[in-house]
Design a protein around this ligand. Structure first.
Ligand code: GLU
Length: 445
């Protein structure tokens, strides 16, 4: 496999799509040795076929705001690879969403979903719609308009969307309500549904919980325990909330959360009231974290800065892609951070990953650490298919098992000669094998 040539082709074919190129570069660089050792992949041109999405839908979304003004947004669904199961992946609503964003996310999703052990292909969708400052009514009208087009391309055994940034339980409700009406069926075509209408218990918590289980496994592997560790978390949305909740429950002290406006430093650590307040902040549609410091005495708001400057044992990026760069990584290394867990998809720049690995910091890539979210989405699909509802204990046990299996695979394929576990390599190789072998067995089609 000629990595340089494949990357040059990807760059030429996808001009200006830097995020997509970044995601592809990381995967190709880490799987190349494995591919060279197993010539069947080159014989079947697997890598070249994997970097090309199966298909992309782009559509116009017209809707009316509360003032009666017509609004126009762009909607997308990228169906990346369905070798191992129906396309599966979230929807992101944010003003900076482009086709590039959704192609990088769809590509990552293909590997992540393969790691979960469940039969799910990779897809991603979304819109440049900005939920900030919108009323609930406007969000409902947008979601309905978006689904009136998307419903043509999805189905419970075809493509199963879910949430991502800007799409939580409320949006899934509005989207599912419209799907059900248009398709004249009540099947589990979206995941992240409410527990009363087909959703799985623990789905809202799953990404953050799974990431903390993964951190626990990494620490254990290195002879350490999460109890008593300080944790900085970026973001304050669903993923950050789940991570803060589980880390606190397991005896760690979460001292930071953040938003686009800056970060909160709370040396006393999170408790139930503070964790619940994160949900209120998100529901306000304002996308700021500053009010946290007004509400809780002792919490300090630091404007315009990222939490990576705060000294802690563990750093967890739970906000957005490329939120932790090379300089941030150097700061974390200088501060003696033991473990960095990328929970957001591609939360670290390539530079940051390089710095952290060079310094032998224990580092988890997002596609391994955050796979619990889509993993429990897969469990929601199973429950919908059998028209049953599992208990919290059952779902949690399966989530635990999934994260454990992902960790074991990372160790199996990522342990280097000097004993350092390259979790990025391990996750990419393990995710690749299942999809690649399936593609060979399925033939050229
Ligand atoms: N958006 C989440 C992710 O990045 C969840 C996707 C899903 O549940 O389908 O994995």
């Amino acid at each position: 496999m000629d990595v340089k040539k494949i990357l040059a082709d990807v760059k030429a074919k996808n001009p200006g799509q830097d995020l997509f190129l970044q995601a592809v570069t990381e995967v190709l660089e880490t799987i190349q040795d494995y591919v060279k050792e197993n010539p069947k992949y080159d014989d079947h041109k697997i890598v070249e076929r994997m970097v090309e999405p199966d298909r992309i839908y782009q559509f116009k979304v017209e809707w009316m705001n509360d003032k009666g003004e017509i609004q126009i947004n762009r909607g997308y669904r990228v169906q990346f690879n369905n070798a191992i199961g129906p396309y599966k992946g979230g929807l992101r609503f944010a003003p900076n969403v482009t086709l590039d964003t959704l192609k990088f996310l769809g590509f990552e999703q293909t590997f992540k979903n393969s790691l979960t052990t469940l039969p799910m292909g990779g897809g991603k969708g979304g819109s440049d719609f900005d939920p900030k400052g919108k009323s609930d009514n406007e969000i409902m009208h947008f979601c309905q308009a978006f689904m009136s087009e998307l419903f043509k391309y999805i189905g419970p055994d075809r493509d199963v969307p879910a949430g991502d940034i800007g799409v939580g339980g409320r949006e899934i409700g509005f989207l599912y309500g419209m799907y059900k009406k248009l398709a004249s069926e009540n099947t589990g075509v979206l995941t992240g549904k409410g527990a009363g209408w087909g959703g799985s218990i623990l789905r809202p918590e799953a990404t953050g919980f799974g990431a903390v289980y993964f951190v626990e496994d990494m620490l254990k592997k290195h002879g350490m325990d999460i109890k008593g560790k300080t944790v900085t978390v970026s973001g304050f949305g669903n993923v950050a909330w789940g991570a803060a909740k589980k880390a606190t429950e397991l005896g760690a002290k979460v001292i930071c959360i953040s938003g686009p406006d800056g970060y909160i430093l709370d040396e006393a650590g999170m408790n139930d009231a503070k964790i619940d307040y994160m949900l209120e902040l998100r529901a306000s549609n304002n996308n700021v974290v500053k009010p946290f410091a007004t509400k809780f005495k002792g919490a300090k708001f630091v404007a315009g800065k990222k939490p990576w400057e705060v000294k802690s044992d563990i750093a967890m990026s739970c906000a957005i892609q490329n939120e932790l760069n090379g300089d941030d990584a150097k700061m974390l290394i200088k501060n003696g951070t033991t473990l960095v867990c990328e929970v957001s998809n591609m939360g670290c720049t390539a530079d940051a990953v390089h710095e952290l690995q060079k310094a032998k910091v224990i580092f988890a890539p997002g596609k391994a650490a955050n796979a619990g979210g889509v993993g429990v989405s897969g469990l929601e699909m199973s429950q919908n298919a059998e028209h049953l509802h599992w208990t919290a204990a059952e779902v949690d046990e399966r989530l635990h098992a999934m994260m454990k299996s992902i960790h074991e695979n990372c160790v199996k394929y990522g342990t280097e000669k000097d004993g350092y576990i390259n979790y990025v390599k391990g996750a990419n190789v393990a995710g690749f094998i299942k999809v690649a072998d399936s593609m060979i067995e399925l033939g050229v089609c």
